[in-house]
Design a protein around this ligand. Structure first.
Ligand code: NDP
Length: 237
């Protein structure tokens, strides 16, 4: 049977790196983002077995529709990666409530909605594996990132609770927490200034996060775990 994995946020950045590694390992992938054309281009590059879907994870109806479409065209999802996310750094006193809400909706509620839909499918299949992408700064905190940190810290609490809730159904839930990774999201961050705080002396690249994601997806005896992939940044924060 095909190993079918849904990658929300699979069109670019870390999610795309995960997709590249999983395609090499023989998974059949659903590449999902709000921009269908970009998702399609990524799926095409990965090979003929992979499909693209348009979905805004912050919208429950979109998520439901996407799971129905994936089941029809690929089959039931047994693996889920939540890499869809956004960041809008600003001091709390300057952050509009709307920005707080959109961060929480995309980064936290979005993953909760996709997990809910996936768990229903996984229960029917008597097993499954989920990896949510958090952030090292959700653990350590960073000035100017309070709303983003709230969304990522919330994701850890959610994932641990869900891991306990569904373990008896043979469904595992884990979190990967990247440090600074070269993607569109970090384009405005200056590696030159920041790398002195990173013990390994550089930003990471998506494929380096992908190896950790796939490790957790495929590790049958690990659940509720938070795996940090940050070049040692946590040690210095
Ligand atoms: P990118 O901006 O490079 O990619 C984000 C991906 O998420 C794109 O595929 C984007 O596609 C998709 N996406 C964004 N919003 C939505 C939405 N509402 N619904 C569906 N898809 C959406 O970001 P990264 O790859 O850097 O980040 C991936 C994850 O890793 C995020 O959760 C981020 O918070 C986390 N992270 C990143 C770090 C880094 O240094 N890069 C560090 C720590 C954590 P589209 O815009 O077409 O919807």
């Amino acid at each position: 049977m095909d190993k079918i994995c849904a990658i929300f946020g699979g069109s670019r950045g870390i999610g795309r790196g995960v997709a590249q590694l999983m395609a090499q390992k023989g998974y059949r992938l659903a590449i999902i983002s709000r921009n269908l054309e970009v998702a399609k281009a990524t799926a095409r590059e990965l090979g003929v077995h992979h499909l693209a879907f348009r979905c805004d994870v912050a919208k429950e109806q979109d998520v439901q529709n996407t799971f129905e479409e994936m089941e029809k065209s690929l089959g039931p999802v047994k693996f889920l990666v939540n890499s869809a996310g956004l960041n809008r750094n600003n001091l709390l006193v300057r952050t509009e409530t709307e920005d707080m809400i959109s961060l929480l909706h995309t980064n936290l509620l979005g993953s909760m909605l996709t997990c809910k839909a996936a768990v229903k499918t996984m229960i029917r299949q008597q097993g499954g594996s989920i990896v949510n992408i958090g952030s090292i700064i959700g653990l350590k905190g960073l000035p100017g990132e309070s709303a983003y940190c709230a969304s990522k810290a919330g994701l850890v609490g959610f994932s641990r609770a869900l891991a306990k809730e569904v373990a008896r159904k043979k469904i595992r839930v884990n979190v990967v927490e990247p440090g600074f990774i070269h993607t569109d999201m970090t384009k405005q961050w200056k590696e030159e200034d920041l790398k002195k705080n990173i013990p390994l002396g550089r930003f990471g690249v998506p494929i380096e996060v992908a190896h950790a994601v796939v490790f957790l997806l495929e590790s049958p005896y690990i659940t509720g775990h938070v795996l940090v992939v940050d070049g040692g940044l946590k040690l210095a924060m």
